[in-house]
Design a binder for this molecule. Structure first.
Ligand code: FCB
Length: 472
């Protein structure tokens, strides 16, 4: 079957080698925060700080995946998924961010990957999903250049330990959130609110990506390398010149701050201009940095949930782009974000699958040679078990159907999308929202750790097994 052939069975067929995956991250699911030599990360510190996370929740126990991973892998196998995207906890395999790897921590990932391979699932390992060792934050965190060098050394260690089993590697998950929510708005760990530090963090994350990419290539010559960006599908509220300018600004500091160095080896002049009063870019960017960040990639991972409607004038009404005590948009703080009428998830995020299609088209236009992966997409719902013990989530099924249809449309238009990772395999610790938001296709009773497949899990498993979804 060619990539576009379609049997006439009323289904939308995906290419036979398309990856049907689910995604999670270490701090959100593992628990076992103090076991086998793991040291605190910035999220342990942040969640233990009163007032930072809803209800005072932490990831100390999470959904106990560290002890229950075999059960979780078996669930994915039985559903018929073909890939699993997880993250490696830096403070578990290289506590403190320095020195040699800790074998007990590495062994956990060796066992996890072996279980995945045995179950026929392709492992996709993300090196960093926000759990910076606290010791490195104490030494300056991402605004400090040395953190990028530390990340390169950690990436080498992880790739050397797991490269015999893992060929799909992702350097960073959503560096925009690490930089601008962690050091700008302060709603994520470490909770700092300095616009200049947020920009410094962004540059050092670009550099860290480059260092890690080189380290993984050196350790795993046949690695399939990617990075996952939460690109903002920015839409001006009106066709006024002022709103177009607002959209340009958010595209610069929301998207091109990473797309520029990583895909093109440069920062765009308008971004540097918008932020020149905050940082001295000439001092920050050292010779060779953008060349390093422009490491060859085998795919770009895109995380997409909702588009962003922006205007030059406020007030902001968007729940999805709430700003915390600082702003996550250094230099463009006055841009307003809007909440369109229409359906939204229980996060309050508007549901709009056309945003995913538009985003895929945009990146494809920019780099037609680069294969794409959807490394996160999904929806929070107010799920609960019925008295019969079932969890019915038709809204999530509709969301997955709509977004997979958008992916199918992109593939039919000639865009090389290689896979889709639903966020998330199971309910988990949703960062500042604690356990209040459920994104899983598997329901977790947080008191007993019992897992129950939601109706969306059955729906998605059937899609994965058939390699096709119903025609809308
Ligand atoms: C993304 C994160 C992921 C999860 C989803 C809902 O920004 O990468 O960990 O929190 O949002």
């Amino acid at each position: 079957m060619t990539r576009s052939a379609r049997p006439d069975d009323g289904l939308l067929h995906f290419p036979p080698d398309f990856l049907w995956g689910a995604a999670t991250s270490a701090y959100q699911i593992e628990g076992a925060a103090a076991e086998d030599g793991r040291t605190p990360s910035i999220w342990d510190t942040f969640s233990a700080t009163p007032g930072k996370v809803h209800h005072g929740d932490t990831g100390a126990v999470a959904v106990d995946h560290y002890h229950r991973f075999r059960e979780d892998v078996a669930l994915m196998r039985d559903l018929g998924l073909s890939a699993y995207r997880f993250s490696i906890a830096w403070p578990r395999v290289q506590p403190t961010g320095h020195g040699p790897g800790v074998e007990r921590g590495l062994d956990f990932y060796r066992r996890l990957v072996d279980a995945l391979l045995e179950a026929g699932l392709t492992p996709v390992a993300t090196l960093y999903h926000w759990d910076l060792p606290q010791e490195l934050e104490d030494a300056g965190g991402w605004p400090a250049r040395d953190t990028a060098e530390r990340f390169g050394a950690y990436a080498a260690l992880a790739a050397e330990a797991l490269g015999d089993r893992v060929s799909h590697w992702t350097t960073l998950n959503e560096p925009w959130c690490s930089a601008f929510l962690g050091y700008g708005s302060g709603v994520h760990a470490p909770g700092r609110t300095d616009p200049a530090d947020a920009l410094r963090a962004a540059h050092h994350l670009n550099l860290a990506h480059g260092r890690a990419a080189a380290a993984v290539r050196a350790a795993v010559p046949d690695a399939r390398l990617s990075v996952s960006l939460n690109l903002h599908q920015v839409r001006p509220l009106t066709d006024s010149a002022a709103d177009a300018e607002a959209a340009r600004r958010i595209d610069a500091v929301g998207n091109r701050v990473f797309l520029g160095p990583m895909l093109h080896g440069r920062y765009d002049d308008d971004l540097l201009g918008d932020t020149a009063h905050l940082v001295d870019w000439d001092r920050l960017i050292q010779p060779g940095d953008t060349v390093a960040a422009h490491a060859p990639l085998d795919a770009l991972g895109i995380n997409y949930y909702t588009p962003a409607w922006v205007s030059a004038d406020g007030p902001s009404t968007s729940v999805a782009h709430g700003t915390g005590s600082g702003s996550p948009w250094p230099g463009s703080e006055s841009v307003a974000f809007h909440q369109p009428a229409g359906p939204a998830s229980s996060m309050g995020w508007p549901i709009d699958a056309t945003g995913l299609f538009d985003l895929l088209s945009r990146v494809h236009r920019e780099r037609p040679d680069l294969p794409l992966l959807i490394t996160e997409n999904g929806m929070a719902c107010d799920d609960y078990p019925t008295p019969e013990g079932e969890v019915r989530d038709p809204e999530r099924i509709a969301y997955l159907q709509d977004h997979l249809t958008a992916v199918h449309r992109a593939i039919a238009a000639g865009i090389d999308v290689r896979g889709y990772f639903q966020w998330s395999l199971m309910d988990n610790f949703e960062w500042a929202y604690g356990y209040a938001k459920r994104f899983g296709v598997i329901y977790v009773d947080f008191a007993t750790q019992r897992r129950t497949l939601k109706s969306s899990a059955y729906w998605y498993g059937e899609a994965a097994r058939k390699g096709a979804i119903p025609t809308p």
